[in-house]
Design a protein around this ligand. Structure first.
Ligand SMILES: [Mg+2]
Length: 396
């Protein structure tokens, strides 16, 4: 019997994180002692006539995910009555249906369909994809810099890197400062790169992700040369083109030796492929939430494999772990985002079991496991989600 989707429901909810706030422009989350930040998320369920439910709880937003949830709602009527196992068909139809939007709503739907498939076949998703590894080498990926006594200086970043090295992390990625004219300082970015190289460069792979904060190509070039000097492992999304210009990054690649990692802000497999084909990036970004689900992220990784390039999975979460487990041509799982004084901020209370993506989740060998239960392999705490409900809709 072919299974059928009977209904889709979505719960918007929120909870509070201590000691987190935003910097100047209000776009970046940073350490802010004493502040309480309200984090909004949503939880999606795809219900079927075989008594198996595909689940997804968003972890990527770290903020308002309303537009993504709205896109999911747009596709609910299409999905009801369909075969939940026909992922490639739905991926293709929804891509087309979202052609006027950024297609971010495809990710949650596809991840929930993969969770269904895993539970239906009684296998973890990484097995359905084809397991390559079950322990994932992990890098500590920091919060953005603050001016509140946390990651507030080059030395503070280097101190934290040493602490992460001590915990077993083989690699460390700094997000620099941003958020407004009074907070951006290219000299401080350069100093952070050089200090990290000096303190831990012999023992850790180091990465820098300015998250497109640098205002000019010249700034990107200056910091890129510092990355060369400190022998960085990669340099990611440096400047204000928004991380998407093929010409800009091809030009930057000609002048900087450190491998570039672009693609986090490209939406869609053809654009990612064009970035590779035009030699505009060294490493390729793939994210199961941003790039059309596990289906989309794995397509990007397989295209990169064909180009002889590595695909680095962006951010942390159960779907992300299954992807890293099933990609040969990848280096690290991203423990995002961590901070020396802000522990537990990524230890999401949505899991009923002991699944955890925070600083202390890594083993002393610098790895995390891939979940081994059916589907995503995590159990969601629905009583918690329902207690903290802001909104709810159901389509049947
Ligand atoms: Mg990034």
């Amino acid at each position: 019997m072919t299974p059928e989707i009977t209904s889709i429901d979505c719960t918007a909810f929120s909870y509070h994180i201590d000691d987190v706030g935003t910097d100047g422009n209000g776009f970046n989350l940073v350490y802010q002692p004493g502040n309480e930040h309200e984090r909004k998320m949503f939880a999606l369920r795809i219900n079927t006539d075989v008594g198996v439910t595909g689940e997804y709880v968003d972890i990527g937003g770290f903020g308002e995910n309303g537009p993504v949830e709205a896109q999911v709602r747009m596709m609910a009527d299409y999905l009801v009555g369909k075969n939940p196992l026909a992922r490639e068909r739905h991926w293709s139809e929804i891509q087309r249906g979202f052609r006027k939007y950024d297609r971010m709503g495809l990710g949650p739907i596809d991840i929930a369909l993969w969770d269904f498939a895993g539970k239906y076949h009684d296998a973890p998703i990484h097995e359905l994809l084809g397991t390559y590894r079950t322990r994932l080498p992990t890098y500590a990926s920091t919060y953005m810099g603050d001016q509140n006594g946390g990651l507030d200086s080059p030395a503070a970043y280097a101190d934290f890197a040493e602490e992460c090295l001590e915990m077993g992390y083989p690699a460390f990625k700094a997000h620099g400062w941003g958020g407004g004219d009074d907070q951006r300082d290219i000299d401080r970015e350069v100093a952070t790169v050089l200090e990290l190289g000096e303190r831990v460069g012999d023992e850790m792979d180091l990465m820098l992700d300015p998250a497109c904060e640098y205002e000019t190509f010249a700034d990107a070039l200056e910091v890129g040369k510092a990355c060369d000097e400190a022998d960085f492992f990669w340099y990611e999304d440096p400047y204000r083109d928004g991380g998407i210009s093929q010409h800009g990054h091809r030009t930057l690649r000609e002048r900087v030796d450190t491998p570039l990692l672009q693609g986090e802000h490209l939406r869609g497999l053809p654009l990612q492929t064009d970035m590779m084909a035009t030699e505009s990036t060294d490493l390729v970004r793939a994210d199961p939430e941003y790039d059309g689900g596990i289906t989309g992220a794995i397509k990007i990784a397989r295209v990169a494999e064909g180009f002889g390039l590595d695909a680095e999975v962006h951010s942390a979460g159960p779907a992300h772990r299954h992807c890293v487990a099933a990609i040969r041509n990848t280096n690290y799982y991203e423990m995002a985002v961590v901070h020396p004084d802000c522990r537990g901020s990524r230890n999401l209370p949505v899991y009923a079991g002991d699944y955890n993506d925070d600083l202390d989740a890594v083993d002393s060998d610098g790895t995390v496991p891939v979940p081994d239960g059916p589907g995503l392999g995590v159990e969601y705490d629905w009583p918690f989600i329902d207690r903290n409900r802001l909104d709810y809709w159901e389509v049947s």
